[in-house]
Design a protein around this ligand. Structure first.
Ligand code: MG
Length: 457
């Protein structure tokens, strides 16, 4: 089967609503996933949740029916963060989960994300097996074998309770500080959980974007340039910190008390700083995450292990390495003692714990560390083999440390460059970080040269 314009990746299928992503496509993948998942597990139950997108209710109804049609019992948690769906899969010992969300993508997108019984996203092998089973076709249930649908309205409450029960989280201490917090949920699913979390942590909250209608008033990715309204809100209210989450609440970005968005790389770095005071073990992140994490880990008596890009790759490596904290530089914090998924609410709790322990403004904590600049570039993927490009780059940078897990990453003590073909688009990404933007731009320019030469060949 070929679906024009549909982006199929390891963890899900994504498309523009009414173009590549139709009810028919969503039904095929939801039913195929359900048939595949229940065939591998004792349970016939699949947990379903969605973010706030305008197309969410329509695809939600499609997914419920599709799962019933292959004999899966549906546990419907309604609108919820993606990490809440992951936790509910574990809680119910379900055969899997489906999150209906296009994460930080604009409103015209939606997607299905496939969750394994462990609560992790499908890995490469599981995803290939599932897609092969969808291609091969699957049996539908007869009238007497159709699945049932039941509603679970407690998933967000359980998620909150689990965060507040984390042993090193000093809930009375945080409550005692009565932090002033500015919050921007961008009309996403964050409003179902983050305000209540802040309330239970005794914060005084001023919020924007709590309407869960999916009509995003700005680009919903929580990168610094999209957080101007939150910066202004922090400045106006004199908040201790500003918090921005993406529509499915697995990414968190911060604004400091001076009203400056500090960049999403800092979320995991600050969470790591606080967790390493209480837990030992290596920090795991992906190959494109800022090396500020290396500085924070080193000062915390730990080290960083890098995995290929993709949440599940980081999660699987964390499990293997018994890592206490990890995630992605895009604001995705993973705390395995809660679960192995990026979780913005747990990131919020960790940031407040840090402010409680350090008793200094956020900008002063950030100011202790070196500054780096990241420059991201992309180009059309050349027709030839990228191996020749990698060889040329290794030759051009003989002193670098080489990592070939995912494209090519070259690193030095204060800078790195990562050349990597996208998994979903016909492009190559070139990302570099250095002490200054000029250093990073220079690394990108020198690393693009063999790619541009290949494109001209
Ligand atoms: Mg997301």
């Amino acid at each position: 089967m070929v679906y024009e314009g549909l982006m199929v990746s390891v963890s899900g299928v994504r498309g523009r609503v009414g173009e590549a992503l139709t009810p028919e496509v969503v039904a095929t993948f939801a039913a195929g996933f359900g048939a595949w998942a229940r065939g591998r597990h004792a349970s016939h139950a699949i947990v379903v949740g969605r973010d706030s997108r305008v197309s969410g209710p329509m695809f939600h109804r499609v997914v419920l029916a599709a799962l019933q049609s292959v004999g899966c019992d549906v546990i419907d948690i309604g609108m919820a963060p993606t990490p809440t769906v992951q936790l509910a899969v574990e809680h119910h010992h379900a055969a899997g989960g489906l999150a209906i969300t296009a994460s930080h993508n604009p409103v015209e997108w939606n997607a299905l994300k496939f969750i394994a019984p462990t609560g992790l996203f499908l890995d490469g092998a599981e995803s290939a097996s599932m897609r092969a089973s969808v291609e091969a076709g699957f049996a539908r249930a007869t009238w007497d074998q159709l699945g049932a649908v039941r509603t679970d309205t407690e998933a967000c409450n359980r998620h909150l309770d689990q965060i507040l029960a984390l042993p090193f989280l000093d809930v009375p201490g945080i409550r005692g500080r009565q932090f002033s917090v500015a919050l921007d949920c961008c009309h996403g699913a964050g409003a179902t959980i983050v305000p209540r979390l802040l309330e239970r942590l005794g914060c005084r909250v001023t919020a924007i974007g709590l309407e869960t209608d999916g009509r995003f008033p700005r680009s919903p990715e929580p990168v610094a340039e999209n957080l101007r309204d939150l910066e202004a809100l922090v400045a106006r209210t004199g908040a201790d910190v500003g918090l921005a989450v993406d529509p499915d609440v697995d990414r968190l970005a911060l604004v400091d008390e001076g009203g400056r968005a500090i960049g999403e790389d800092w979320t995991l770095a600050l969470a790591t700083r606080v967790v390493l005071r209480h837990r030992k073990g290596p920090v795991v992140t992906n190959l494109s995450t800022s090396r500020i994490l290396d500085d924070v880990a080193e000062r915390g008596g730990s080290r960083v292990i890098r995995a290929p890009v993709g949440e599940v790759n980081v999660a699987v490596r964390m499990r293997a390495e018994r890592s206490p904290i990890g995630g992605e530089g895009n604001g995705g914090v993973i705390l395995p003692e809660l679960h192995l998924g990026r979780d913005a609410p747990v990131g919020v709790a960790l940031v407040l714990q840090l402010l409680r322990e350090d008793a200094r403004p956020l900008s002063a904590i950030v100011g202790e560390y070196p500054r780096y600049a990241i420059v991201k570039d992309k180009l059309d993927r050349p027709a030839g083999s990228l191996e020749a490009v990698y060889d040329a780059l290794k030759g051009a940078f003989p002193g670098a440390t080489v990592d070939t897990q995912d494209g090519l990453r070259l690193s030095w003590p204060d800078r790195w460059v990562h050349v990597r073909p996208s998994g979903t688009e016909p492009i190559v990404r070139v990302i570099a970080e250095g002490p200054s933007a000029a250093d990073a731009r220079d690394l990108v320019r020198r690393s693009r040269a063999p790619l541009d030469a290949l494109a001209r060949a």
